[in-house]
Design a protein. Structure first.
Length: 503
């Protein structure tokens, strides 16, 4: 994987997807035929883009569909032939779900995609097979945003009904626990009075914080471990986009008045400033920056803030350095901010229309995505097959069950933990034709253990149980220490807030 970061922008009008180099400003490529709603664009394992499509009365064929584009096969030509026109790859895979999908979310390994429907249902697909694994009714009105926790064990959703809900994927895929529970969700936060516009999560898995924004002009900070509201921040204008500082000291809130406000997460609030409680400032709209259109960049200056203001900020995303913040707005401009100086570092011009989504991703290393072992040869593409429209009736049999492995925060090399059984069987068959016999034996033994069919595997299981018990004891010790520390920090934060209000 190359270290070059790329800014990706899309629009709710049919303006396609634009990609720029974050540092040089060069435009790499532009994908055609994309009209994505807010939170409707994701990068799947750095192999391809997936985007939900807004309904278009003039083109019912793409109404509510999900498109795939592969960017890697045209990246090399766009880098080494800058004099040529910007490449414009076509849609390679089209999926047509049972209803229009708006928000999308994908895990880091690109194993699965979640989508939120207009009916309030959430759909959960396996990317490799396109199989619809689960579908459940999550909200009373349309789902507006979806995000995974950093350990990918939780899915957090927001909706037009103003509700934020936290879903445990272990619960979703565990039939017994699902039947015993009175409801599917872990937490249901209903303090917002209007539509939820954005949700971001911090680090810590089930002990993380989440921040939600709403059209009621508030952002609320929640604790996933306790389900408590930690902080409520009221803004001068509606907030449509939020980004959490990597250190989790502040969060940035893009508003419809064109400002990006900075709100404190752990400082004592003060109402003495002009913005309000907990809001410690905003990013400046005036500075010198490089304005980039295609491969042409020029240094330009902006008028003072008294004469200039951008249109509504619609989306935010941090670069991996945690310093550069990228914003999209209704004026079609993509601004890169230096959060240390609070000035604009660079500006990109989208093709046309407002910007609805911003991603900051790393450019693929080559044009041949060999990572896609389960590519769809039938569709003549390195991409996965289309997503299923409905749950398959055969999903009731053994071959369609999903195995859920344990996630760990100690190593990032752990493979994705949600895979249907037929995918595992296919992988075992592929290994039979390889020379990697030790690896093949390991996978077969693991699979037989799940079936519990031989005495040899039972002996191996006993050994693994002992190792597992030791590991669980160690994890419990670390978990207890972390929970104590987390509870201490939460209490300190609440005490500080109460002290600030009383003063």
């Amino acid at each position: 994987m190359d270290g070059t970061e790329v800014v990706v922008a899309s629009s709710p009008v049919d303006a396609g997807i634009s990609c720029w180099d974050l540092q040089s400003g060069a435009e790499h490529l532009r994908h055609r035929s994309c009209a994505s709603p807010p939170h409707g664009l994701v990068c799947v394992a750095d192999r391809f883009f997936a985007s939900s499509q807004l309904r278009d009365s003039s083109s019912s064929s793409s109404s509510g569909s999900i498109f795939y584009w592969s960017w890697s096969k045209v990246f090399v030509s766009s880098l080494f032939l800058p004099s040529k026109p910007t490449p414009k790859p076509q849609v390679e895979v089209k999926s047509f779900p049972a209803e229009p999908i708006k928000p999308l979310a994908a895990n880091r390994e690109g194993t699965y995609i979640a989508g939120g429907g207009l009916s309030g249902d959430i759909y959960f697909w396996e990317v490799a097979s396109g199989r619809l694994l689960k579908k459940w009714h999550a909200h009373y009105r349309a789902v507006t945003c979806l995000v995974f926790s950093d350990d990918e064990s939780l899915l957090i959703s927001g909706a037009e009904d103003g509700c934020v809900r936290v879903w445990s994927l272990f619960m979703i895929f565990d039939d017994l626990r699902r039947e015993e529970a009175g409801h599917l969700y872990e937490h249901s936060f209903s303090e917002h009075t209007l539509r939820v516009t954005d949700i971001v999560t911090g680090y810590g898995g089930g002990n993380a914080i989440i921040v939600s924004a709403s059209e009621d002009r508030t952002c609320k900070v929640w604790s996933l471990s306790t389900g408590r509201l930690l902080r409520n921040v009221v803004f001068p204008s509606i907030i449509d986009a939020i980004a959490l500082d990597p250190g989790e000291h502040v969060f940035y809130a893009g508003s419809r008045d064109g400002k990006i406000y900075i709100a404190a997460l752990n400082a004592v609030g003060s109402s003495s400033n002009s913005y309000g409680m907990h809001i410690i400032g905003s990013l400046s709209d005036h500075s010198q920056a490089r304005v980039c259109i295609g491969f042409n960049c020029a240094l330009g200056s902006f008028p003072s803030s008294s004469n200039y203001s951008s249109k509504a900020v619609t989306c935010l995303a941090f670069a991996t350095d945690g310093i550069l913040l990228v914003s999209g707005s209704e004026d079609g401009m993509v601004r890169v901010w230096d959060t240390k100086t609070r000035n604009i570092f660079r500006i990109f011009k989208h093709a046309k229309g407002p910007v609805s989504n911003i991603l900051v991703v790393r450019r693929p290393n080559d044009s041949n995505p060999r990572n896609s072992q389960t590519s769809s040869k039938k569709h003549g593409s390195f991409l996965s097959p289309p997503l299923d429209k409905y749950l398959n009736s055969s999903d009731e049999n053994e071959d369609a069950k999903v195995f859920i492995g344990c996630q760990t925060t100690f190593s990032k090399s752990v493979d994705a933990s949600y895979r249907s059984c037929h995918i595992i069987i296919d992988q075992i068959k592929e290994l039979q034709f390889c020379d990697q016999k030790p690896l093949y034996k390991l996978v077969v033994v693991s699979f037989l253990q799940q079936q519990g069919s031989s005495a040899a595997t039972e002996m191996e299981m006993e050994r693994l149980k002992i190792d597992s018990q030791k590991s669980v004891q160690m994890v419990q010790q670390w978990k207890k220490m972390y929970e104590n520390l987390h509870q201490f920090c939460v209490n300190e934060l609440l005490d500080a807030d109460h002290a600030g209000v009383s003063n």
